[in-house]
Design a protein around this ligand. Structure first.
Ligand code: C2E
Ligand code: MG
Ligand code: MG
Length: 727
């Protein structure tokens, strides 16, 4: 209250009105009575004026007290004139020093002495000097820390009478926010920049940015964001508060590090003010590794891992591009399907890692033949494909195919192994054979199938009837699967006859397929299909079971012969299957003969030989079927102790007229005699054949002369009626 009174006094002395009245009073007094009246009037007026001034002053005070900031008025000598409640609250430690007429400089000096201003501690005089010089020459704002930790923002201006009006704002909260931001910024592991909004010059960087980019801080603070971007094709970077900023999400920028390397970054930005400059806070996430991983995944999706060649997916895309170009501009495209002949045996013999090396080498050779605009792909296993673009004539493609075959069949020297393989190539042309990618590849594949069937190291162009044949084959496969499931296959039996006694020694089980629409389908037509599709496994198992079961009902001296496919040795456990069939049927092992062909021994596999020996150890007899048609190497006869050799019917047919066949039959018979192997002649059709074979000393015969293969139900009758006739 004393403060208010003091101000009032001070104030009334200084008002122009107060001065005027003081000067006018002696004049009035000279007029005596009038003078007394005038004086009374003047007094009243003065009182009224004072009352008015007090009211105005109170209103001003009220107004000043409402303001959120602290306000202080000083006169030209730096003395307090007026201050509001907020001012007193801010400097509550010094409030007792505020008196009208007291000097702010003194208040400051006392405050410094008792440690009210932490920044002054230890440099009291210097601090005071600085502060007073700011007061004497007020310019803009400055900040002041108080001993209780608060921050005050001071703004001082000159007033028209040479005094000072000072504003005080408690900015402690803002300072705290700023400090947390600093902490977040400086300690953040993500590289961060503060850039000016207008020209993107870098105003601040955190330690992570220094560490990650490798520039030193002073250098970075002279650069613009633009300077660390690599190349001119960078996406535009928008003001985060602008509409365009939405487009920045998901974009990748490329930045250059101090060492010259580049990184991919995703940017997150916020608008802020940095020392009053409109600025952008940028967090730069290094996504180089992620980008690389994404690129790897994308590459893997379109390329073969072993050879890095395009895979089927990418080949198809390329093919579609080429076909679209052909449609637009004319010209032609050739699709070539390539298969390696003999790859499987190399892989089996020398191991998979060697096989992989071979495939990599082949892929390089294929690439060496291809031109830039062609495409070489690996479809899987030992299957490759090529696309030849700009084809104008089939001759161009056949020349290309020939070159391919030539490079494939050049000898390979891999890890000290000298090996040679060959290739087969199937070709389809667009337009002509097909207009879409799937058909084109399928047609080339059909042509490849034909090339392989026609022998190694050749190429074949697609022909329309291949399609029909493939369709037919496919139907056959579907029907065979169904027949196997529904019991649509049956076994017929053809007798093997002892040529001396005329007795039936055995029956060979021959599979029959009475097709509901196509009639009887011969085994040479469907056995290869079964072998290619894997159906040979259930088929072989059926034959084993059924033949053993049928034979178990025959007289004990009659054996049963069963044909085995080489594939039955490769997959599944043949030994177990045979033992099961014998056990279930009750047939003794001695009454079972298994017929194999030379192709089985071609592989020289330990596993196959072991299986054969194990079967033989059971008591099962092993026959060499169709002898003379395969490689007929005598070494096969040495590699396994066969019980029987069946001379192929091509040597038996018309034996009487054919001296060469006679010589061969004679040689085999004498071989058998010396090795203790039974010799059976297949395809005995005439009495003359029979006589010749008997003359040569052949042990057994099989053929239409004795009987064709007949259904199981006819065997008993056959045995009772035919025996005498044959003899
Ligand atoms: P293969 O094992 O050499 O069977 C003998 C084939 O010669 C049979 O043909 C038989 O009917 C035929 N044949 C017998 N005597 C004569 C004759 O005097 N003249 C003529 N021209 N042919 C005669 P099929 O039944 O058509 O069987 C053909 C081939 O199919 C068999 O040759 C065998 O390799 C295979 N096969 C038959 N059944 C099976 C089976 O169950 N499993 C397996 N894996 N292959 C079988
Ligand atoms: Mg046979
Ligand atoms: Mg045969």
């Amino acid at each position: 209250m004393s403060r208010l009174r003091a101000e009032r006094l001070q104030k009334s002395k200084n008002t122009p009105r107060g001065r005027k009245r003081a000067n006018g009073a002696p004049q009035s007094a000279a007029n005596g009575h009038d003078g007394a009246a005038a004086l009374a009037l003047a007094r009243r007026e003065t009182r009224t004026a004072i009352a008015n001034a007090d009211a105005a002053h109170a209103r001003l005070r009220d107004a000043l007290d409402i303001l959120p900031q602290g306000i202080v008025f000083l006169d030209a000598e730096g003395r307090y004139i007026l201050w509001n409640q907020q001012y007193a609250d801010i400097y509550k430690r010094s409030a007792d020093l505020f008196h009208p007429g007291a000097k702010l400089a003194d208040t400051l000096r006392i405050g410094v002495a008792r440690g009210d201003y932490p920044e002054a501690i230890g440099r009291e005089e210097e601090w005071l000097e600085q502060r007073l010089s700011l007061l004497a020459n007020p310019r803009g704002r400055h900040e002041q820390r108080l001993s209780d930790g608060r921050w005050i923002m001071i703004e001082e201006r000159r007033t028209s009478d040479g005094g000072v009006i000072g504003l005080r704002v408690d900015i402690s909260e803002m300072k705290q926010r700023e400090a947390s931001f600093r902490l977040l910024f400086d300690g953040n592991p993500v590289p961060m920049f503060v850039c000016a909004l207008d020209d993107r010059r870098i105003l601040a960087v955190n330690d992570a940015a220094i560490g990650h980019y490798g520039y030193d801080r002073p250098k970075l603070l002279t650069m613009r964001l633009h300077d660390i971007q690599e190349g001119d094709d960078q996406p535009e970077f928008h003001d985060p508060d602008s509409e365009g900023a939405k487009q920045d999400a998901g974009k990748t920028w490329r930045h250059r590090k101090a060492d010259g390397s580049t990184i991919d970054v995703a940017i997150f930005s916020r608008r802020l003010a940095h020392n009053d400059i409109p600025a952008v806070l940028i967090a730069a996430m290094d996504i180089t590794e992620r980008k690389r991983a994404e690129a790897r995944v994308a590459f893997m999706a379109h390329h073969d891992a072993l050879t890095a060649l395009p895979n089927r997916v990418l080949l198809r895309l390329r093919m579609e591009e080429m076909l679209a170009r052909v449609q637009r501009n004319g010209g032609g495209v050739a699709a070539l399907c390539i298969d390696l002949d003999g790859f499987k045996s190399v892989n089996d013999a020398l191991g998979h890692s060697f096989g992989d090396l071979l495939l990599q080498t082949v892929s390089k050779r294929l690439q060496s033949v291809a031109r830039e605009q062609d495409c070489v792909a690996r479809l899987g296993g030992d299957e490759f494909a090529m696309l030849q673009s700009d084809v104008t004539a089939p001759e161009q493609v056949s020349a290309f195919a020939q070159r391919l075959l030539a490079v494939i069949s050049e000898p390979y020297d891999l890890n000290g192994h000298q090996i040679s393989i060959a290739g087969s190539v199937g070709i389809a042309l667009a337009p002509g054979d097909a207009n879409d990618a799937d058909r084109l590849l399928k047609s080339a594949d059909m042509a490849l199938y034909r090339a392989k069937a026609d022998g190694r190291g050749t190429f074949r162009f697609f022909e329309p009837d291949m399609d029909a044949r493939v369709q037919a084959r496919h139907r056959l496969e579907v029907d065979l699967r169904a027949a196997l499931q529904s019991g649509g296959l049956e076994l017929h039996y053809q007798p093997l006859v002892d040529l001396r006694s005329g007795e039936v020694t055995a029956f060979e089980a021959l599979i029959r397929w009475p097709h509901p629409e196509r009639g009887m389908i011969p085994p040479i037509e469907f056995i290869p299909v079964a072998e290619e599709t894997g159906l040979i496994a259930p088929l072989g198992a059926f034959v084993l079971r059924q033949a053993c079961a049928d034979a178990a009902r025959w007289p004990r001296n009659v054996k049963v012969a069963i044909n085995l496919s080489p594939l039955q040795f490769r997959h599944g456990n043949l030994l177990v299957q045979v033992m099961d069939a014998l056990k279930v049927s009750g047939l003794s092992a001695q009454r079972l003969e298994l017929e194999i062909t030379e192709t089985l021994l071609l592989e020289k596999s330990e596993h196959i030989l072991a299986t054969l020996h194990a079967l033989r150890a059971l008591g099962v007899r092993i026959s060499m079927d169709d002898f003379g048609t395969g490689y007929s190497s005598l070494s096969y006869l040495r590699s396994f102790p066969f019980d029987k050799i069946k001379i192929d019917r091509s040597f038996v047919h018309d034996l009487e007229a054919n001296a060469d066949s006679q010589a061969i039959v004679r040689a085999i018979v004498s071989l058998g005699a010396s090795l203790g192997i039974t010799i059976t002649a297949e395809g005995v059709e005439t009495e003359s054949d029979l006589a010749q074979l008997r003359a040569e000393g052949c042990n057994e015969g099989q053929g239409y002369l004795f009987s064709k293969a007949r259904p199981a139900k006819d065997i008993f009758q056959f045995l009772t009626t035919k025996r005498t006739k044959v003899a």
